[in-house]
Design a protein around this ligand. Structure first.
Ligand code: SF4
Length: 404
């Protein structure tokens, strides 16, 4: 059984550290102006150098995404940024525009190249074509079922194949979409998707615009364009049987808390599967954990069928049972307290869960003081407080509470 890496999105330095703490084998990051996620999910080149050092110190690889579809006006910027980007020590570049291969190779003939899923690679001959161009890894099209993925892996075993296993899906084909540019003048193909497929739509009959027709999927709206999220956690044995090299989680725009919960669930399942092989049994608690975070209902996407159209979500609002309330900055074992950064409103007596990176959650009741030692009845997002309790957890550990 091939041991694939667990590849986690790292939209900023904190998310990268969270991914490292909760068990990523590799992370992918954006570069200003060059990735398919706009600035809130990118690191500066300076930050990226630090991120690479931090990750490499823990044996974790870092891939930088420059997977924009470049226009002529973008080429000079890319040409200028590439040398500094290579100097950061990233382990590979993720790209989708074939024009970038020439630019990259002139500057660095050996840096590994990963072809983005947006290049829409769906067959063995396309994989061989990209292999001839010097590509080391291909992120296969999301539309491929596991059966075809296994066929490609068997036919071109020397090519590293990466697939998405978790995260938001969209109704466009391989992420190529003009909806955001059309509705909001921000193009998904340039990294600026504003997700209009998740907006609320109604149908108007032309002579009665004041009387919208509601296509009911729930009591108010129809969500024809809004896909459920992908989740293949329960199908890791089938996925590993295909021979892929990398299991990718979507979501550089998502929170550190999201990164913690998803990374931990996949890490635990993957480790158990690799350790126990045929004796492996799925632990339902892992999927329960994934249901605690904000999601739009889960689907297996195209994994088991060639023709399946993405299931849309009947929920306009994301579903979640818990929300993050803070992150541990430091533990003071002697004083039996933790310095935490509050990320949500907290009140004395709130029932909290501390998400241990190695697995399991510690339940505790919120007993809080400010940094001068004064008892607090409540704390607001953005403040730093002490949470009292006799436990020792690493900095970066996430804390949450149940909602609803
Ligand atoms: S608008 Fe929706 S369908 Fe289009 S790229 Fe963005 S997320 Fe995908």
């Amino acid at each position: 059984m091939r041991q694939p890496e667990l590849l986690i999105p790292a939209g900023n330095m904190e998310k990268l550290c969270t991914a490292l703490l909760y068990g990523a084998d590799a992370v992918y990051v954006g570069v200003p102006g060059l990735s398919l996620r706009a600035s809130s999910a990118e690191l500066s080149l300076n930050d990226l150098s630090g991120a690479v050092s931090e990750a490499h110190g823990k044996g974790v690889r870092v891939y930088a995404a420059i997977n924009t579809f470049a226009r002529n006006k973008d080429i000079e910027l890319i040409r200028q940024i590439l040398p500094g980007l290579m100097d950061t020590g990233v382990d590979a570049l993720i790209f989708s525009d074939p024009g970038l291969i020439r630019l990259i190779r002139r500057i660095n003939p050996v840096i590994p190249l990963h072809l983005s899923t947006q290049a829409n690679t769906t067959n063995t001959e396309a994989v061989r074509f990209w292999q001839d161009q010097g590509v080391k890894r291909i992120v296969l099209a999301r539309e491929l079922p596991l059966k075809e993925i296994g066929e490609i892996a068997a036919a071109v075993p020397e090519m590293e194949l990466e697939i998405f296993v978790h995260g938001a899906m969209c109704v466009s084909y391989s992420g190529r979409c003009y909806l955001s540019a059309w509705r909001n003048r921000k193009s998904a193909n340039e990294g600026n998707c504003t997700h209009p497929c998740r907006w609320e739509y109604v149908l108007h009959e032309s002579t009665r615009p004041e009387d919208p027709l509601i296509l009911e999927e729930d009591e108010r709206y129809s969500y024809l364009l809004s896909s459920k999220d992908l989740c293949l956690l329960e199908h890791l044995p089938d996925i590993l049987a295909t021979g892929v090299s990398s299991l990718k989680v979507e979501g550089r725009m998502k929170s550190s808390y999201y990164a913690a919960v998803v990374t931990r669930a996949y890490r635990q399942a993957l480790d158990k599967l690799l350790r126990e092989k045929e004796k492996y049994r799925f632990d339902p608690q892992w999927i329960e954990e994934l249901k605690t975070i904000s999601h739009r209902g889960y689907t297996t996407g195209f994994a088991f069928t060639e023709e399946k159209i993405l299931e849309t979500s009947p929920q306009i609002k994301n579903i979640q049972t818990h929300e993050p309330v803070g992150m541990v900055l430091a533990c003071d074992k002697a004083q039996k307290r933790m310095l935490i950064e509050v990320r949500n409103h907290l009140e004395t007596g709130d029932q909290l869960e501390i998400l241990l990176p190695e697995g399991g959650n510690v339940l505790t009741e919120a007993v809080m003081t400010d940094q001068e030692g004064n008892r607090l009845q409540q704390a607001n997002s953005g403040t730093r407080i002490y949470l009292h309790g006799d436990m020792e957890v690493p900095a970066g550990t996430m804390i949450r509470k149940r909602i609803g």
